[in-house]
Design a protein around this ligand. Structure first.
Ligand code: C2O
Ligand code: CU
Ligand code: CU
Length: 434
């Protein structure tokens, strides 16, 4: 804490080397270390100040994905940090408890910078939820899982080649969790909460357990659900998060796995070259002989004040096409695509006419609710606050959000596909709030 009562964090972009696989050295980037970053944590109401130093040899930026904050603090492509410089955004945390993250966002090279490993988790707490009995001991029964796929060359260096016949960019054949290859976790309690983040460039994960046991979803991208729901598969596209709680038995021998995503709307070859048939073990979980009995999960989590469709003053259309356009044009750093008005509600209709590839859609600043997918109510597991949503081939998704504050006619916020090669190719646009 500084003398103005702000919670201060110092992060430094660092180039380094890691031995992910025995005997192989891999050159990487991280924050305050060679790969990934320390987890940041703050509480609703905190004023934070983050000093971001650039100690690598390229211009980059650091974006707070999922954070509700002024555009000038957002860390998008308009807040570049030159080598040797420090950028010090400050804002007040004003949003529900959630699992957010941060990563570089320089225009045109986000995929490369994220792939090198400069990213981390940002956990937000809410003092109003202190009485909610959820597993919350970090590292014991509240575990971050940052899932990434990587491809390594024979000498251990990162392979940046795009999937040859696919059209989503880099798809790796090795999985890292929190920067560890072949990870395992010793559970010491009967319930374990995992904060799962898909921090991959392009890959989809369809998460479940090897014995098909069901687990509980308690939170989506930017907040807890109203009530826990039970499932045994969950699809996470790049940038999405899920908070899940798993019941562990003594001496359990469990594997968290990504099963074939089998993407609707892709043909045999498109499926194959875009990871649709891939299966990966993500994490081995072993239960101790004796487990601490966790409090049972509450049946009610939070109240959500949903935006009302009848209040919407605007319906905007975003048509994703090819691998780099929205509404028939690529991103232009000097073009503001639209202005939203403070104190209004908008509906955004994101559609993807073409087939052959999948997309998702992420927007900065706002948290949205999903109204419908191809005209149908969203499945239960998507009825929570979101900032990123999967857009299957030939589908159309409607979302709704309120614009409540942070008027700034000058600095824009981005919206884009979070398949990073698509974003870099221009499947991105910018809006301001007036
Ligand atoms: Cu996670 Cu605009 O990004
Ligand atoms: Cu973002
Ligand atoms: Cu895309």
């Amino acid at each position: 804490t500084d003398d103005q009562g702000r919670k201060v964090f110092d992060l430094t972009f660092t180039a380094g080397e890691i031995e992910f696989i025995e005997g192989q050295r891999t050159e990487t980037w991280g924050l305050n270390g060679p790969y990934l970053s320390p987890t940041l944590r703050a509480t609703r109401g905190d004023e934070v100040l983050i000093n971001v130093d650039n100690d690598v040899e390229e211009d980059t930026s650091l974006h707070w994905h999922g954070m509700h904050l002024p555009a000038a603090m957002d860390g998008g492509p308009h807040q570049m940090i030159e080598p040797g410089d420090t950028w010090s955004p400050t804002w007040t945390i004003n949003q529900p408890a959630a699992t957010l993250w941060f990563h570089p966002h320089p225009h045109g090279v986000t995929a490369e910078h994220v792939y090198r490993g400069a990213a981390g988790m940002f956990i937000l707490d809410d003092p109003d939820l202190e009485d909610l009995e959820l597993p919350d001991t970090y590292g014991v029964d509240d575990i971050p899982l940052i899932i990434q796929d990587k491809k390594f060359n024979n000498d251990g260096s990162l392979n940046f080649d795009k999937s040859i016949f696919g059209n989503v960019g880099i798809l790796g054949d090795e999985i890292l969790v929190n920067g560890t290859h072949g990870p395992s976790f010793e559970a010491t309690s009967s319930l374990v909460r995992f904060r799962v983040l898909n921090a991959s460039n392009a890959r989809l994960y369809n998460l479940g357990f090897n014995d098909n046991r069901s687990y509980t979803l308690i939170g989506t991208d930017t907040g807890l659900l109203e009530e826990p729901i039970y499932l045994n598969r969950l699809l996470l596209s790049p940038g999405e998060r899920a908070e899940i709680v798993v019941e562990i038995e003594p001496e359990d021998d469990l594997i968290l796995r990504s099963f074939e995503p089998n993407i609707n709307g892709l043909n045999f070859w498109e499926q194959r070259f875009n990871g649709g048939n891939d299966t990966f073990d993500i994490l081995t979980i072993r239960g101790n002989e004796q487990l601490v009995d966790s409090e049972p999960l509450p049946s009610k989590l939070v109240d959500i004040d949903w935006p009302e469709e009848t209040n919407a003053v605007h319906t905007r259309k975003f048509e994703l096409s090819g691998t780099g356009w929205i509404n028939n044009e690529p991103m232009d750093m000097n073009r503001i695509d639209f202005a939203a008005t403070k104190d209004t509600t908008e509906i955004w209709e994101i559609s993807h006419e073409g087939g052959g590839v999948y997309h998702n859609f992420h927007t900065h600043l706002i948290h949205f609710a999903i109204l419908d997918i191809d005209g149908k109510d969203p499945p239960e597991h998507l009825r929570g606050w979101k900032d990123t949503v999967f857009i299957p081939p030939t589908s159309s998704v409607r979302i709704i959000a309120r614009f409540e504050d942070y008027v700034d006619p000058e600095f824009p916020y981005m919206y884009h596909c979070h398949i990073l090669m698509h974003e870099d190719r221009g499947m991105m646009g910018q809006f301001v709030v007036v």
